[in-house]
Design a protein around this ligand. Sequence first.
Ligand code: ADP
Length: 231
Amino acid sequence: MENSPSILTGSNIVKTYPAKTGNGALTVLNDCTIRIDSGAIVSVVGPSGSGKSTLLHVLGGLDRPDSGEILWNSKSIYDLKSEELADFRNRQLGFVFQFHHLLPEFSALENVLMPALIAGKEIKPSEERAMELLNRFGIPGRAEHRPTELSGGEQQRVSMARALMNNPSLILADEPTGNLDDANTEIVLEYLFELREKDGVSILLITHEKDIAGRCDQTYELNKGKLNPLN
Ligand code: ADP
């Protein structure tokens, strides 16, 4: 995809965690460079503990690198003031985590609505969109249920609906199927791939499963601090 515009590029990223007693500092990302083209699904594979989540947090504006640059449509995201960065994350990015991080005291519908409320959008049309999303992910009957009343697969579909609420351009998914059985893994992956087809959303997918990575447009492998393209 050499000629496609990049939506997000991380260049020469270095991230080191400080030394804890008895241990040296840990350089998790050592001069890592990654490019996500507009409309592409890019995966990052690597063993557990290799730094995949750290990379996703750095790329998603959640954790500042020690050095290197993250460019969103050619603008450096860590040059933004902290409230501008939060606003950028809220409007442009959708996060899906392995442990969905749904708010336990709110219903599925309220969880999906949350990003719209944070963005100060009107409630009525936002509720309609939230219901449409629950419908799209096949769980309209679960709108009033709290997360603990939902199966793992349903919880993950709610978190995908929440990630989509504000029409993000990029979804950052960290092992979104890591906790699911095979049937639910397939459902969640099909929905993710459909987002790219139907909505033109770009996706960064962190996974340790190479067969899932093989279905993506591009795959990088993270190992011993180094990120290398596999195809
Ligand atoms: P992965 O997602 O590939 O399993 P992580 O990014 O979660 O890897 O972690 C990479 C390494 O960095 C691990 O050794 C982990 O213990 C360490 N690590 C992650 N977060 C922190 C932190 N906040 N402070 C110190 N070490 C951390």
